[in-house]
Design a protein around this ligand. Structure first.
Ligand SMILES: Cc1cc2nc3c(=O)[nH]c(=O)nc-3n(C[C@H](O)[C@H](O)[C@H](O)COP(=O)(O)OP(=O)(O)OC[C@H]3O[C@@H](n4cnc5c(N)ncnc54)[C@H](O)[C@@H]3O)c2cc1C
Length: 453
């Protein structure tokens, strides 16, 4: 490991690695294997003090600062930055009486789920429990219980953040309300969060999982879902995805190497009620596999069945204000079974319910009033790799007539500052910019969702 004489770097307890260090490549690798990060330096932070020292060093030496926990949100190579890797800061403490979790910057949702479950409590994680808590929550955080409880960011009580001046601040509704508002939705544009406290929900079990249909039922299932999903109560969340699955022996046999339609469902009422609600969708076509059942909350990954190993991918998301028949037809024309689409997944999520309700403590989360989210992803491998970005963008363009005014920054994909700016309504965007300028006047932080100056 390189030895540094710089006072700030020498004070860091965790490893500080340059590209010449053998451990550098593993330290910077993210979940998207298409991107090889190339920061000038990576700091394996172990404390808030380490993070503050890294920020001070970067500011003093004219470099930008990026932050990474799991690398699930990696969208560019972070060239020349000082990268703060938070994965060593993975502490999770549950307060059963208060129904809260206090977690460090590098914790994943799996760690929180497993710590909360013995108390009959659950967090508002997303589709994959391998995702990092802070990266997800600072982007809103839309999960399988969101229609009942809202975004993960809506439940944040306080956090500790290192701002561009290298100062660690404890922030909540009363102490620095502007920063508290902005970080909940503003990603890393305001600083590096080192710890976060949020409310947990009294959910021990759910009725849900996935039903898989053959690709030739795609039109029937998507049109059926379009009419059915908005009739659901807030206790139910659902999405539906067109998937092109690899011949992976880890997949259940009926799904291996097939194009399928994956209906996802998560219901927090009684299993009988969940079964009754799901019945119209089950009746649409014969299932290749029906894996919906009552489960402990710890099995929540069964709803989306997201991949858990890194892959080279390109993604693109947009939100819709409405989903008429014509929009489903447009989606099928671009990415349906007869479209020769190179995309591995095209997902429609139902929004609404508590997602659309302003939380008690308002925040900078965008996309709250959209009705549906569309998220497309392609694997950048094999003969169709080069066609992936173009088709993902073509899908977004084809759905523009029904686009909502705001988007979901967590599910946006690589975007320039102009596209990022369009994810917020003008009032929130201007407020976010003003607060970002106040706390980071020189634009030190290189967030994966970059706010325009
Ligand atoms: C398989 C998969 C499933 C997903 N499912 C969902 C989902 O269901 N719902 C949803 O809302 N999103 C989802 N996402 C998107 C995910 O929430 C974002 O990509 C999120 O940024 C990932 O955070 P991370 O820490 O795991 O990733 P990282 O790549 O480590 O971080 C990504 C970004 O988060 C910010 N960030 C990370 N740590 C900090 C910090 N300490 N302080 C300030 N900012 C920080 C930074 O901007 C950073 O660039 C999914 C992504 C993947 C790959």
């Amino acid at each position: 490991m390189t030895t540094f004489v710089d006072t700030d770097l020498a004070s860091i307890a965790g490893p500080v690695l340059t590209p010449a260090d053998p451990a550098f490549a593993d330290e910077v690798a993210g979940f998207n294997a298409a991107i090889r990060p190339s920061p000038s330096l990576v700091v394996g932070a172990t404390t808030t003090g380490d993070v503050a020292a890294a920020v001070r060093f970067a500011a003093r030496t004219g470099r930008r600062v990026a932050v990474q926990a799991t690398g699930h949100g990696l969208v560019d190579a972070l060239d020349g930055t000082v990268l703060v890797s938070t994965r060593r800061m993975a502490g999770v403490a549950i307060d059963r009486a208060e129904r809260t979790a206090r977690v460090q910057a590098g914790a994943t949702w799996r760690q929180v789920i497993d710590a909360a479950a013995p108390h009959g409590l659950a967090p508002l994680n997303g589709s994959s429990s391998g995702v990092g808590v802070v990266g997800y929550t600072t982007g809103g955080g839309l999960g399988p219980m969101a229609r009942r409880f809202g975004f993960a960011a809506d439940h944040v009580r306080r956090f500790t953040i290192v701002t561009a001046d290298g100062v660690a601040r404890d922030v909540d509704e009363r102490c620095d309300p502007d920063l508290f508002w902005a970080v909940r939705g503003g990603k890393a544009n305001l600083g590096i969060v080192t710890g976060i406290e949020f409310g947990l929900l009294p959910v021990a079990r759910f009725y849900g999982g996935g039903v898989f249909f053959a690709a030739d039922a795609a039109a029937a299932v998507l049109h059926g879902w379009r009419a059915w999903a908005p009739t659901l109560p807030d206790d139910a969340s659902t999405s539906v995805a067109l998937l092109q699955l690899p011949p992976d022996p880890a997949l259940p046999e009926p799904l291996r190497g097939r194009s399928v339609v994956h209906l996802r469902f998560c219901h927090l009422g009684t299993p009988d009620e969940g079964e009754r609600l799901l019945a119209p969708m089950r009746a649409l076509a014969p299932a290749l596999l029906d894996a919906v059942a009552e489960m402990p909350y710890a099995a929540i990954d069964a709803v989306h069945m997201d991949p858990t190993t890194p892959m080279p991918v390109r993604d693109r998301g947009i939100t819709l204000a409405t989903l008429p028949t014509e929009a489903v037809d447009a989606l099928l024309a671009q990415t349906g079974p007869d479209a020769g689409s190179p995309l591995t997944m095209v997902e429609l999520r139902l929004l609404g319910g508590a997602i659309a309700r302003e939380p008690l403590s308002p925040n900078a989360v965008s996309g709250r009033h959209a009705a549906f989210s569309v998220y497309a992803l392609g694997v950048l491998a094999g003969p169709t790799a080069t066609a992936v970005p173009q088709r993902a963008d073509a899908l977004a363009a084809a759905l523009q007539p029904w686009a909502a005014g705001e988007g979901l920054v967590n599910l946006l994909g690589p975007a320039d500052a102009e596209l990022v700016a369009r994810q917020w309504g003008s009032r929130d965007r201007d407020r976010l910019r003003r607060i970002a300028r106040r706390y980071d006047p020189a634009g030190l932080f290189a967030a994966n969702v970059p706010l325009p100056a």
